[in-house]
Design a protein around this ligand. Structure first.
Ligand code: ASP
Length: 472
């Protein structure tokens, strides 16, 4: 039976078998030294005085996959490495079975690969993932997601998957679309967020929903963006702004206290600052409130509240709007209560404040949400302010208006940019380091080589003819 490397020190003096990779191989003539690695850690192994084992040992190369049997020996006192996993033991190897050989890795896996050319790392992502840093990032990502799920479960939330093949939801970006073979000329849109579905779940009486959701946005490539990313998305019925903020604070504080005890949250409860104040005092709508910006372990969360609902723009980002007003966050939001009459009457539009709250951490936005319009007349009025014709409103949002009119409770929610939160918690410089299989800043998967052309037959089945510039 296999012993995990982290458990070896409980079996001192016994003969055990480990499975894993050759991390380091050092041939010293009559002896061979190794570090072996599995998902739980590394251990030193040594072969001496066994010619038949030494013969196999000398063939081993880094990243070969092996089963190694040996005796767990205590190291002589002066060889003990204190504070290091298995620093006090080594494996006296009696048998080696090669389970698989390996090509020479494109880079060293014994230290952080952060300084290695990123193209090379992404082309060989499965090898990069074996490094300690990326292993830790993915395991902590899992731990944070699990704790979040557990707390929300305790609070009565249900995790529900929503469709990926859907209809355009305006979140201010371009949609990725998927041709519908059965309906020539028609397309599904991939969700920019589950916004409409989570509101429809509130119409469906779910009351407390969350989901770790993939979101797809076809934005112009910008350094630290991914065409697909993960949100921790939630929605609550009958909840006030304060209640939604409180439950999010509770989860975020628990994440830090339980999983990052070395970190300190600067201020609890999280301070609230209005958008106007943030701009005036800090010149940014996501101010970095850290007292000490050199401290990796200081977390300054803050809520930014009281956002303008609409802004005027010559060339709106909202691909569906033709008017000159656009929404700053979410067209499905409600205004602050004192501005509802203006929203209904389409008066003083520039002064209308949204019931929007963003959450920032160390100068980065890690989430945002709002109380939503649950009265169909108000949503209709918002869409009219955004310049949609009645015909377009019916075509694109008729289902939302009908759902709101069917007995939808007041509701609101939030979504966290989960990749970004993990990036900050793991002290990483970009979100690619906390995503198992990220794309480049230019939106390419270098390992799979995607995007890539599809065959003429596939195009034919989809009734698609390409109209590409002719290559010279
Ligand atoms: N759907 C919004 C977003 O993706 C978040 C929310 O308001 O819940 O930004």
């Amino acid at each position: 039976m296999r012993t995990l490397i982290k458990n070896l020190n409980t079996q001192k003096g016994e003969t055990v078998t480990i499975n894993g990779w050759v991390h380091v191989a050092r041939d010293q003539g009559k002896m061979a030294f190794f570090d072996f690695r599995d998902m739980t850690g590394t251990v030193q192994g040594v072969v001496f005085g066994k010619p038949e084992v030494l013969e196999i040992a000398k063939t081993l190369r880094p990243e070969w996959v092996v089963a190694v049997t040996g005796i767990v020996n205590e190291r002589p006192e002066k060889m003990v490495k204190a504070g290091v996993l298995n620093g006090d033991i080594e494996l006296e190897i009696t048998e080696i079975t090669v389970l698989n050989t390996a090509t020479t890795p494109a880079f060293e896996l014994t230290e952080s690969t952060i300084g290695i050319n990123e193209r090379v790392r992404l082309e060989n992502r499965y090898v990069d993932l074996r490094t300690d840093r990326l292993q830790k990032n993915l395991r902590m990502r899992h731990a944070v997601a699990k704790l979040t799920r557990d707390i929300l479960d305790d609070e009565g939330f249900t995790e529900i998957e929503t469709p990926l093949f859907t209809k355009s939801t305006p979140e201010g970006a371009r949609d990725y679309v998927v041709p519908a073979r059965l309906y020539p000329g028609q397309f599904y849109a991939l969700p920019q967020s589950p916004q409409q579905y989570k509101q429809l779940l509130m119409a469906g009486g779910i009351e407390r929903y969350f989901q770790f959701a993939k979101c797809m946005r076809d934005e112009d490539t910008r350094g630290d963006r991914q065409p697909e990313f993960t949100q921790m998305d939630m929605e609550m019925s009958f909840a006030t702004e304060d209640e939604i903020m409180a439950i999010n604070e509770k989860v975020l504080i628990a994440i830090v206290e339980k999983l990052y005890p070395e970190k300190r949250i600067q201020t609890v409860p999280f301070p609230r600052i209005t958008y106007a104040e943030a701009m005036e005092k800090h010149g940014s709508d996501r101010p970095d409130l850290r007292e000490d910006k050199t401290d990796d372990n200081l977390l300054a969360f803050a809520w930014v509240v009281d956002w303008p609902f609409f802004e005027k723009t010559a060339d709106s980002d909202d691909p569906q709007a033709t008017g000159e007003w656009t929404f700053t966050h979410n067209p499905f939001s409600l205004s602050k209560p004192e501005h509802i009459e203006n929203l209904k009457n389409k008066t003083n539009i520039g002064d209308i404040m949204a019931s929007q709250y963003d959450i920032t951490l160390n100068g980065l936005e890690i989430g945002g949400g709002s109380i939503r319009a649950h009265d169909p007349e108000i949503l209709k009025s918002i869409l009219q302010i955004l310049g949609h014709s009645d015909e377009k409103i019916e075509k694109n949002f008729g289902h939302m208006l009908r759902a709101l009119g069917s007995g939808t409770p007041p509701h609101g929610g939030i979504a966290w940019g989960f990749d970004r939160l993990m990036m900050i918690l793991q002290n990483e410089p970009n979100i690619r380091e906390v995503i198992a299989f990220p794309k480049t800043g230019e939106g390419r998967d270098l390992m799979m080589d995607s995007p890539s052309p599809i065959s003429d037959q596939q195009l034919g089945e989809l009734n698609i003819k390409l109209d590409l510039p002719v290559e010279e």
